[in-house]
Design a protein. Sequence first.
Length: 177
Amino acid sequence: MTQAIAADAAAARGMPVCKASFRDAMSRLGAAVNIVTTDGAAGRAGFTASAVCSVTDEPPTLLVCVNRNASVYEAVTRNAVLCVNVLDARHQALSTLFGGKTPMAERFDAAHWRIAATGAPLLDDATVSFDCRIVGGTAVGTHDVLFCEVTAIETQMRAGALMYCARRYHELQTDGS
């Protein structure tokens, strides 16, 4: 019996989907790789995230998911500003660095940053950077879903995107426009 059939059978019997099955299935959902940064009274912090997506274009709003147990959680939520820096294939090592337990100073020392209008660090060579103010959020399980109103966008004319699927990085070729 395949995992899909087993999961469907469990659901039909009213049994919850197990955490491992859910995580395995979600590993097949490809996503763009981003570094989310913040700075302010609660300090400078950043983390790698694939749980970022558009909510609406009026007003321009993104959602960003962050684990409440993450070391960056307090800084992100207390500063109430963040920058979503969209990565391309050149940034794979930087993504890994921001996704691990590396001290914050070392993470930021590994690339060139500018200060966005909100005060959040903006990656100099990101494909796209969305400078945002957190305008709301909701708790779901272990994470907070943050609603972030976009105050500015900076776009580089770069081809390609860094994607994460099946627990590894992939490069998506684009035309650069």
